[in-house]
Design a binder for this molecule. Structure first.
Ligand code: AMP
Ligand code: TRP
Length: 326
């Protein structure tokens, strides 16, 4: 079984990424042959700082290895190191419609926030489809926000197969059972995010313990003044989910345990649970980040393996589409 996922080297990675992304990558790498891609080509679709992109790429590699991706077992690499990704995106653009791309909610959300809406932001899902399809992927571990992009990938693959002959495997998504959508601690109506989130509402994987404590202490629990059932309070539901994931207990058990207790104790217990959950990753990350030479070596080896696996599919795409190959 082939597993593929991608993650952008933009900004510091947060608890939502860790739960929706990293923990799933590590779990799925046990199921088969995993490819985990640092998607730097995606990161230039909104305004970016070149120097930051370069450091964020190496930094994200450190964090992926720190969270448990094993270079001996799965392939971790940088998207721009494997030329097939940019080429596949161009070819697949011809089997993707303007109307499909215009309906993507991530494009609408991110586009609304930009002064300059790039063509790249619009065609971003086509690049993502190419990432996945080049590896004949069976399973794509992602968070809930990427569901629509994966559906589009399946549609693109099906259309290509129908027009040009069987070329791609149709991938399935895999979403975390709990924590597929971690919300901002200050604005629990919005997902936790690097770009749109509040500074106090976003918990970073590399946050030191006292910062994590402060953020949970200030977490919003009530949106109104009246007493509601827990289910009506997005802030509380989110905290219950975080606690459930951090301690590996079902959310119902967390609710039972804290039923009728004050928020103070609950929040401080969550903070401690999250600190314990993230601490080993942060420590390992600090160690790995101190040796960029070794990270670059691992990424070079990853790119070499990935390129070899992607090449036959790219070649089949060119061939079936009728290109006269050199
Ligand atoms: P990104 O950093 O946007 O490349 O996202 C990396 C992974 O984290 C993707 O699989 C996303 O679906 C996932 N993700 C991002 N934000 C959240 C969130 N708030 N809750 C759960 N998963 C998330
Ligand atoms: N668009 C994804 C995100 O922002 C990142 C991504 C790019 C991806 N290519 C991918 C995820 C391929 C899964 C598979 O989170």
């Amino acid at each position: 079984m082939r597993i593929f996922s991608g993650i952008q080297p933009t900004g510091a990675k947060h608890l939502g990424n860790y739960i929706g992304g990293f923990t799933q990558y590590v779990a799925t790498q046990e199921l088969g042959e995993g490819f985990f891609c640092i998607v730097d080509l995606h990161s230039i679709t909104v305004e970016h700082d070149p120097a930051e992109l370069r450091t964020a790429t190496i930094d994200l590699a450190a964090m992926l290895f720190a969270s448990g991706l094993d270079p001996a077992r799965s392939t971790t690499f940088v998207q721009s190191h494997v030329h097939a990704h940019a080429e596949a995106a161009w070819l697949l653009g011809s089997v993707t419609s303007f109307g499909e791309l215009r309906r993507m909610t991530q494009f609408k959300d991110k586009g609304d926030k930009q002064e300059f809406v790039s063509a790249g932001l619009f065609t971003y899902p086509v690049l993502m489809a190419g990432d996945i399809l080049l590896y004949q992927t069976d399973l794509v571990p992602i968070g809930d926000d990427q569901r629509q992009h994966l559906e589009l990938t399946r549609d693109i693959a099906t259309r290509f197969n129908q027009r040009f002959g069987e070329t791609f495997r149709i991938p399935d998504g895999r979403y975390p059972e709990i924590g597929a959508r971690i919300m901002d601690l200050q604005e629990p109506e919005n997902k936790m995010s690097t770009t749109g989130g509040t500074p106090l509402g976003t918990v970073f994987v590399a946050d030191p313990p006292d910062v994590i404590r402060r953020k949970f202490k200030g977490a919003v629990t009530d949106s109104g003044h009246e007493v509601h059932r827990a289910a009506d309070k997005p802030g509380v539901t989110n905290l219950v989910e975080i606690m459930a994931v951090a301690t590996g207990t079902p959310p119902e058990a967390v609710e039972d345990r804290y039923d009728g207790q004050g928020y103070g104790q609950f929040k401080s217990d969550i903070a401690e649970a999250v600190i314990a959950f993230l601490e080993p990753v942060r420590l390992r990350y600090e160690e790995l980040a101190a040796d960029p030479g070794e990270l670059e070596r691992l990424l070079r080896a990853g790119a070499e393996k990935a390129a070899a696996v992607a090449a036959p599919t790219l070649e089949a795409m060119y061939d079936r589409m009728g290109f006269a190959r050199p």
